[in-house]
Design a binder for this molecule. Structure first.
Ligand code: 3AT
Ligand code: MN
Ligand code: MN
Length: 601
């Protein structure tokens, strides 16, 4: 836009225009991102906009009904009643892919209540959307940020809500936005957060010199971070907003550069960033008395001084988007940035293809000898959703404790959990698991205490769940019987709705014929589990490792929360050697580590 106007808290490093070679590298990058499937088709994007138009209509009707409820005789209020939807997340940033949801915010005038949102909106949605369009409708009123989740014609929607306390009616103006700080007046901290999803993404876009360049570079960095398993706010890595701000900052420093150059510079700038100097897109606004929500300020708040790689949101009240990043994740990010520097340099010289930058991580194939796995388990799908979500949000606290252990050099959490369903016949061994606690004794030179070579091809899940009388048995499905096993589960099924347990095929294999003969009406217990893996790198001198304190503290912390229901939920932490990792963490073509052959003495 204005060539004289520079964006950011320092002048640019270079305002050089891209060379022909750099433009060609951007073309090649675009082509690779297409080949990697990060873009959806125009038709799919058109569908998203149509859904958003519907949601706007439904929102207007919702506010009208709320106004009618509030002041049935106030025809002016009812006439002018309207709401507005805004988006945030990857859709707003223009970096969404085929599977992305649309993160949407419903903004309404002050008289509309959260109660009305949950009382009226879900029904109205079903009423006004095309028949059958709304599926998986899940209102979550008890969440910190009240949210209604659903699928609209197959597109996932996260719908959050904010009622503006300073506005009796919303302006009838297409260009109206949420940029004014005054809109935050009278809002609770959580309401401020709801508004700020949109305010932050809007402002990031306003603070980059060239949106198109930024979006393509961000797509590349997002794909890189996902492939390298360093993308996930909840697990202690930067999330979508934080990666976006880093790329935006590099765009400010090279305002005329093309996307390929931004990606290249991203790695060098971020590798050499003098942390804990914060990454800022503009100067922080401090002197506002609009909300009581604290603005990030390490001079005042000791907790803000703990942030290892602070990346600060631009919109008032500025917050640190990376307060979860700990010592190990930061070390891993640094390693990955180094790799990025090397590969992107060779790419720009034409020596390597972009594909190499996006190669998958080796967390399981060649990452660690020792892993801890945190297994949350639930008796029902609903219980497990709540419980595993909570446990997931605590894993980084365990990681922080592990990092303090003198024998641990690095504790790297994997960025995703693994969901599994188990169909069980007995629960006889549950007590052993609950009391055994052998699992977290690690001897670097020896086999794991629970190393179980006979079931190397099986997921070894010890579900820590007691059977209660009156628990409804699972559906009657064939039970795959194994050799005598002291583990509660039989047959592990990945948690995918479309996959049904298959009856073992009868063929000339004696063993399998026997399996097929098992009566189908055997009562069963279904258990849902989620595993989180933490790779452990020990210090060189480590002889053995006792993590019982850390593990016990973690269990106590999780199970003392009100969310925990002992009759429905369980929590186990196990030590797993690399060669004992379950098969489903490996993709086709990947080699599972093998047990080292014992040397003769
Ligand atoms: P996708 O393309 O949807 O995968 P995204 O960046 O849009 O990528 P999300 O939809 O998960 O990712 O999240 C969008 C924003 O919503 C990011 C963050 O500001 C907010 N958000 C998501 N999950 C949480 C959470 N558990 N707590 C607080 N804020 C969250
Ligand atoms: Mn999203
Ligand atoms: Mn979302």
């Amino acid at each position: 836009s204005n060539p004289e106007h520079t964006l950011g808290v320092t002048p640019p490093i270079s305002t050089a225009l891209p060379t022909d070679a750099e433009k060609r590298q951007t073309e090649a990058l675009l082509k690779e991102l297409r080949a990697q499937g990060t873009f959806e088709s125009q038709a799919e994007t058109d569908k998203r906009w149509a859904v958003l138009a519907d949601l706007q209509r439904i929102t207007d009707e919702f506010v009208k009904r709320a106004a009618q409820e509030k002041e049935p005789h106030n025809s002016i209020l009812i006439r002018d009643a309207r709401g507005r939807i805004f988006t945030y997340g990857s859709f707003r940033l223009g970096v969404y892919g085929p599977g992305s949801d649309i993160d949407t915010l419903v903004v309404v005038p002050k008289y509309v209540t959260v109660k009305q949102y949950f009382d009226i909106f879900p029904d109205l949605l079903v009423e006004m959307a095309p028949p059958g369009a709304i599926t998986d409708l899940t209102p979550v009123p008890e969440a910190f940020v009240p949210i209604i989740k659903f699928e609209y014609s197959g597109i996932s929607i996260d719908l959050i809500f904010c009622s503006i306390q300073s506005l009796r009616q919303l302006p009838d103006d297409k260009d109206w936005n949420l940029n004014s700080n005054n809109l935050l007046r009278g809002l609770s901290e959580n309401e401020v957060r709801s508004l700020n999803g949109t305010r932050v993404t809007d402002e990031i876009l306003a603070l980059v010199p060239e949106e198109k360049t930024f979006k393509l570079a961000l797509r590349a960095i997002k794909l890189w971070a996902q492939r390298r398993a360093i993308y996930a706010n909840i697990m202690g890595y930067p999330g979508g907003v934080a990666w976006a701000m880093l790329v935006a900052r590099v765009c400010q420093l090279y305002p005329k550069a093309t996307s390929a150059v931004i990606v290249r510079k991203f790695f060098t700038i971020m590798l050499n960033w003098p942390w804990p100097l914060p990454v800022l897109l503009k100067n922080i606004e401090y002197n506002q008395s609009i909300t009581r929500v604290a603005v990030w300020n390490p001079k005042i708040y000791p907790s803000d001084r703990n942030h290892k790689m602070p990346i600060i949101t631009p919109s008032y009240p500025s917050m640190c988007a990376t307060h979860n990043v700990g010592r190990s994740s930061m070390a891993v990010i640094q390693q990955e940035l180094e790799r990025g520097v090397q590969i992107s340099e060779e790419i720009m010289l034409g020596k390597r293809p972009w594909k190499d930058l996006f190669e998958k991580h080796t967390f399981f194939t060649n990452g660690f000898k020792f892993y801890l796995t945190v297994i949350s388990s639930g008796r029902t799908k609903e219980a497990q959703n709540t419980w595993s979500g909570f446990v997931e949000s605590r894993v980084r606290v365990l990681v922080q404790k592990l990092e303090l252990h003198p024998s641990i050099a690095l504790a790297r959490p994997f960025n995703k959990g693994y969901d599994r369903v188990h169909r069980c016949k007995t629960d006889a061994q549950v007590e052993e698991i609950q009391t055994g606690n052998l699992a977290y004794m690690v001897k670097p030179t020896d086999t794991a205490a629970n190393g179980n070579s006979k079931s190397e091809s099986k997921v070894e899940v010890k579900a820590e769940i007691k059977t209660e009388d009156g628990v409804a048995p699972g559906p009657a499905v064939p039970v795959v019987k194994e050799e005598p096993t002291d583990v509660v589960h039989l047959g592990t099924v990945p948690l995918k709705p479309e996959e049904k347990p298959v009856k073992p095929e009868a063929n000339d294999d004696d063993e399998k014929v026997k399996l097929a003969d098992i009566p189908e009406k055997e009562p069963e217990i279904e258990i849902y589990t989620t595993n989180h893996y933490i790779g452990l790198q020990l210090v060189e001198k480590a002889k053995s490792l006792d993590l019982s304190r850390e593990v016990d503290d973690f269990k106590a912390m999780c199970t003392s929360n009100d969310i925990f229901k002992a009759e429905l939920m369980g929590l186990t932490i196990q030590h797993v050697r690399n060669f004992d990792l379950p098969d489903d963490v490996f993709e086709p073509g990947e080699t599972k580590p093998v047990r080292p052959v014992k040397k003769k003495k």
